[in-house]
Design a protein around this ligand. Structure first.
Ligand code: C2O
Ligand code: CU
Ligand code: CU
Length: 492
């Protein structure tokens, strides 16, 4: 954390600590409700060198002060925990210089982007100790909230847990022309949602126990952009929250604590066709959404999350700590006495391509499985897609570039899995035969598949062919991914 932030946080929380009772979560660290100003990561626009916009990112070890006076070992990018918010412009060529200053290998994957396989940053683009990896690519996606994170085979969960992840915002002309809140850090707010588990000394080592490996690791301390017990001072009538579920294994059902509805304006891959008024929204690990919340003068509204989905939800009820009444209190929005006016959210947002005609399209089936035999209980594993666990040397699927296919994802396990596909924004055609909910009718790269669900996707991979280097599809519960619920495809 930068110094100024810790100091600000310290002062703000010190005054509140006097007024409010301590709450002792499992880790034993004092937390007061909404005591700390939300950390707004710096917006990083890179710099033009030649014809490309360059970004210099350094993956590093650091110390973070999540709790006053307690230093926690973390990892981050250009900082101690998480990363600056990277801003890209659609149409631009970028070069991402990623230096690995850790004492172990890692990777950095650009989640949600259509880009060449060599630039994807998945398990094959290993960045060795002390090395700098400099993929160049063209930003061809639409305005959206994307993200990036470590993706080393078997170590993704560990590295992301420690903090190697960040948000990226793509801007384009279409979105610029809309009167949406877009003043970064003022009415357009990055909101990286995570939960973490701390030990008695205030450290958060990646140490999943057997049930965590099964369910996905969930903590009992909620944080936004690395801020525990966060509040944000709202100065405008409307505030846009760019939500990213950056947790390892928690499926969040998000709502405002007072039940007020909000407008959902974007899904993973950018703006919806029209805003959707909703009282709640479920985000699984890897998923993003943008919402616009309306505030009145002197208003308070708490963004909360209930754990949902399969066994994670069941376990959620058994855990206490910073989750009050079994719910995470992520972020309190606090409105001032006078709020600047905001333009109303336009009723038309992005132009979405019509869904493809489906007759004659190639279909592929993906069955998500968790085998629970005695060997699995003893040795772990058992997370598979189509009966196979991820293997670096196996290409599971070969797809033709530019050809739309129907991918049918079936969940044959007792818990929910967010299925993610690299290199594309797909569209959900049907969920169990029915049209998707309007909040997920836009561009998506991760879709939550409940037990026994069949979700059908229209998938297409544009622009880049590479018969050698694969992309990944996988469950985005990172413990599942690391244990093999992942496969590889090439685009030819
Ligand atoms: Cu968020 Cu394979 O990635
Ligand atoms: Cu990805
Ligand atoms: Cu899973």
């Amino acid at each position: 954390m930068p110094d100024t932030l810790s100091r600000r946080r310290f002062c703000a929380s010190a005054s509140l600590v006097l007024a409010a009772p301590f709450v002792w979560p499992r880790a034993g660290f004092a937390q007061t409700r909404a005591a700390n100003p939300l950390r707004i990561p710096p917006l990083y626009q890179g710099e033009m060198r030649g014809n490309a916009r360059h970004f210099d990112l350094s993956i590093q070890d650091g110390q973070s002060e999540f709790f006053d006076g307690v230093q926690t070992a973390t990892r981050g990018i250009n900082g101690a925990y998480l990363a600056p918010v990277v801003q890209w412009r659609a149409g631009e060529d970028v070069v991402m210089n990623v230096k690995n200053t850790l004492d172990e290998e890692t990777t950095l994957h650009w989640h949600g982007l259509n880009l060449p396989a060599r630039a994807d940053g998945g398990p094959h683009q290993i960045i060795g100790v002390g090395e700098t990896w400099s993929p160049g690519f063209n930003i061809s996606d639409k305005a959206a909230t994307m993200w990036f994170h470590a993706h080393l085979l078997g170590k993704t969960a560990d590295h992301v847990w420690q903090g190697i992840a960040g948000m990226a915002i793509i801007e384009d002309d279409e979105s610029d022309a809309l009167p949406l809140p877009r003043n970064y850090g003022v009415d357009d707010i990055p909101v990286v949602l995570q939960d973490r588990r701390f030990d008695r000394s205030g450290q958060m080592p990646y140490a999943p126990e057997r049930p965590d490996r099964m369910i996905g690791l969930t903590g009992d301390v909620a944080m936004v952009n690395g801020t525990v017990a966060a509040y944000f001072e709202v100065t405008t009538r409307l505030v846009r929250l760019r939500l990213l579920n950056g947790s390892n294994g928690s499926i969040y059902r998000l709502s405002m604590g007072d039940g007020r509805a909000f407008q959902v304006i974007a899904s993973d891959g950018g703006l919806l066709g029209a805003p959707v008024m909703a009282p709640s929204l479920t985000l699984a690990p890897g998923e993003r959404a943008e919402i616009v919340v309306e505030m009145a003068p002197d208003d308070r509204a708490m963004l909360v999350a209930d754990l949902s989905g399969g066994m994670g939800g069941m376990m959620g009820g058994m855990m206490g700590g910073a989750r009050r009444g079994g719910r995470f209190e992520f972020l309190e929005l606090r409105a001032g006495a006078a709020l600047a006016a905001s333009d109303p959210v336009p009723q038309r947002l992005a132009m979405l391509a019509p869904l493809p005609a489906q007759a004659g399209l190639k279909q592929r089936d993906f069955e998500l499985e968790m085998s629970m035999g005695p060997a699995v209980m003893l040795f772990g594993g058992g997370f598979e897609i189509n009966g196979r666990a991820m293997k670096m040397s196996r290409i599971n699927e070969v797809v033709n570039m530019g050809e739309t296919e129907i991918w049918r994802i079936t969940n044959r396990s007792p818990m929910a899995h967010p299925f993610h596909v690299h290199d594309t924004q797909f569209r959900i055609l049907r969920r169990n035969g029915a049209a998707p909910h309007p909040t997920e009718a836009g561009r998506k790269d991760t879709v939550l598949v409940q037990p026994d669900d069949l979700v059908e996707l229209a998938v297409r991979f544009d622009r880049y062919r590479d018969s050698e280097r694969p992309y990944m599809y996988h469950c985005h519960i990172l413990e599942h991914e690391d244990q093999g619920m992942m496969g590889q495809f090439t685009v030819v």
